[in-house]
Design a binder for this molecule. Sequence first.
Ligand SMILES: *Cc1c(COP(=O)(O)O)cnc(C)c1O
Length: 356
Amino acid sequence: MHKRLFIPGPVDVADDVLQKLATPMIGHRTKDASDLQRSISEKMQKLMYTKNQVMLSTTSGSGLMEGAVRSCTRKRAAIFSVGAFGDRWYKMAKVNGVPADKFTSEWGKPTTPEMVDEALSTGKYDLITITHNETSTGIMNPVEGIAEVIKKYPEVVFCLDTVSSLGGAKVEVDKLGVDICIASTQKCLGLPPGLAICSISQKALDAAKEVPNRGLYLDLLTLYEYIQKKDHQYPSTPSLPHMFALDYQLDKILEEGLDNRFNRHLEMAKYVREWANKHFEMLAEERYASNTLTTVKNTKGISVSDLNKELGKRGYMISNGYGDLKEKTFRIAHMAETTLDEVKQLLSIIEEILGL
Ligand SMILES: *Cc1c(COP(=O)(O)O)cnc(C)c1O
């Protein structure tokens, strides 16, 4: 039996979108391949509110996170972490020999503009990474305030992880001044895992030109230059099935209307937060709570894995807490094509199982 997924990726994919993965192959050095990438790029620019070039990487989102910190750090990176995925970005810097410092918030607390200002004012850093939406703790960082501070430091390349928010919450790349905005397909975009997407600014590209050892497969400058020179093709063979499906899914997203889509996510989030506050507690402070998933504190001491087993028998699946938060929290994703009615159904089944 297929379990309806309420986990923060991979998400359920609509049948018509799944069908697009089965599109017959085309040559990746053909005009059709160029047209496909160009079409995706133009639609992604609308979703990201940017004029910057959009690039795809046949990796999951982590591939472009690693590529960004390695390709564009000249001096030193300031890595801000509010959970597991910020920690991962720091690790990527370290293992690639990129000089970096980590600025950690207590789990459940955000990165604040003040923290960012304090770090950047030292003048030590020329690249910063921020997690927009931290999928372990359910925090959505106050990115507008953070962006305002970063604008005071024009030499700093601003990298933003929107892996679990792009497509579910408004991220205005150009207005925020984001130089590299990163997403992957299997979360709010409602596609299977396997492709990562980023926008890249001229500033980030200029920075990369000064970095000697950028690697090859994940080098953002190599990707960019190839796209420019070869009319939207890639140095190596991209996942064409994902590209067919992404192009189609972006039409559906734009058809729904971006504001409608973001509002649908917010409505679901509000409903789950209210439920969580009634029966448990939320890990995140309400004003920093994510619009795309909710991390619930297990204040009743239930067995989360038993709950998930019972849900599984009924055809549903949620997520246990991430890492050290396992059994101490559980996570309910409300992203991609999920509807408020489906969320209500899930929560009433949880109530029934737990006797709430
Ligand atoms: C899922 C996730 C990642 C990792 O993305 P992959 O596509 O699994 O590599 C990074 N950051 C955040 C915030 C995520 O939710």
